[in-house]
Design a protein around this ligand. Structure first.
Ligand code: GDP
Length: 299
């Protein structure tokens, strides 16, 4: 919890500082409520969430003095109410061998790092893991995944730069089946510059996986970078349409002032939130806990 709390301190400082400024020695009225709604929106919580929190703060308190503590506790409650139903650990269904996880997200969002962290976690649980370097477009991405493979002792299936990603995914699944691996995690390219290419490539990967296992992929994990703020909303939209996202990982929640975006995304899309990234190290992926997140962001 401490790591999450420290990580979200920038996000919470602007919120709690703002709340203290608004409500210290002032009665609750239209102006204070408008100010409150503004700072909640500025904190990326989303317009709907901001309005709901403002209404709840207003209820029964009009013309009264309200302590910043009271407001923060309403904030924490509402954030927790939005997030709690969505906090879902990424569960490996052992009925599938391998359990295939397709990882999607824009370049730089933290896909490769998250895959490395997951590989370490699954290996620690005694599962046999294989990785597929499906971002065949960027040599650096393949190299980086190989580094994670070495670090975690997990084999990485890769091909030369520019190779067909779906062919690689097909071969990786074949090999993982032959070797009776428990989990196969497939990296993908995240070039948003050309949406139709991206869409075609991801859909082709899904199609070829289904040739061997019609239930695959068993999870489509969207990795989002918290520091991109509102942009992350568009990314969810695009990858939802393209790849049928089944759950989210939000990275870089250490040290961003924009952690509130997770609440806006949860409120709008209602997708399961599996885990959060709070650093670059192998142990810096935490299962997502709604209450802890709410407490950390509300200061
Ligand atoms: P990809 O292009 O989506 O595969 O993104 P990478 O995994 O290469 O990550 C991009 C950068 O973000 C790298 O420098 C990572 O070390 C860094 N990164 C990834 N996750 C986190 C995180 O949770 N916190 C921080 N601070 N950095 C992260």
């Amino acid at each position: 919890f401490q790591k999450l709390k420290d990580g979200l301190s920038k996000s919470s400082r602007s919120l709690t500082g703002g709340i203290a400024d608004i409500f210290t020695k002032r009665k609750l009225d239209d102006d204070t409520l408008q100010d409150l709604e503004d700072i909640l929106i500025q904190a990326d919580l989303g317009v709907d969430t901001a309005m709901r929190i403002t209404e709840k703060v207003a209820a029964g308190r009009y013309d009264k003095e309200v302590s910043p503590e009271e407001v923060k506790s309403v904030l924490a409650e509402e954030v927790s109410a939005v997030l709690s139903p969505l906090a879902t650990p990424l569960a490996v269904d052992e009925a599938h061998k391998p359990f295939v996880i397709l990882t999607v997200g824009v370049n730089g969002s933290g896909k490769t790092t998250t895959i490395g962290k997951l590989a370490a976690q699954f290996s620690r649980e005694g599962r046999s893991v294989m990785l597929a370097a499906g971002d065949t477009f960027r040599a650096a991405a393949v190299e980086q995944l190989k580094v994670w493979g070495e670090r975690t002792g997990v084999p990485v299936v890769s091909r030369e730069t520019g190779a067909d990603a779906s062919g690689l995914a097909f071969d990786a699944l074949k090999q993982a089946r032959e070797e009776r691996r428990d989990v196969l995690i497939i990296d993908t390219a995240g070039r948003l510059q050309n949406k139709s290419d991206l869409m075609a490539e991801l859909q082709k990967i899904v199609r070829v996986l289904k040739k061997q296992d019609e239930t695959a992929p068993h999870a489509v994990l969207l990795v989002l970078d918290a520091t991109t703020g509102q942009n992350a909303m568009n990314q969810v939209d695009i990858f939802q349409q393209t790849a049928g996202v089944t759950g989210l990982v939000m990275t870089k929640l250490d040290g961003t002032a924009r952690g509130g975006i997770l609440v806006a995304i949860a409120d709008r899309f209602g997708l399961p939130i599996h885990a959060i990234g709070v650093g670059e190290g192998v142990d810096d992926l935490q299962p997502f806990e709604a209450d802890a997140f709410a407490r950390a962001i509300a200061g």
